[in-house]
Design a protein. Sequence first.
Length: 85
Amino acid sequence: MPRIEIYTKMFCPYCARAQRLLTDKGAPYEEYDITFDGAKKAEMMERAGGRHTVPQIFIGGRHVGGSDDLAALEAAGELDPLLAD
């Protein structure tokens, strides 16, 4: 399974939704909480092409976007192949 990274903030319902989907898929992930970490937020924005909202999700180094993007991949049947790489 590829490395999965998710940038989050405390009390973010979209972050919780994305994490729940990954957990339900049995996909372990590394969480980076940027709530009080300006350096991690800057890192996220650089990696995500300037996006500043959370979550920002990376699978195998590829930026897949936020919670809605992850859900869209799942709905289109494209998430499982990404997780299987």
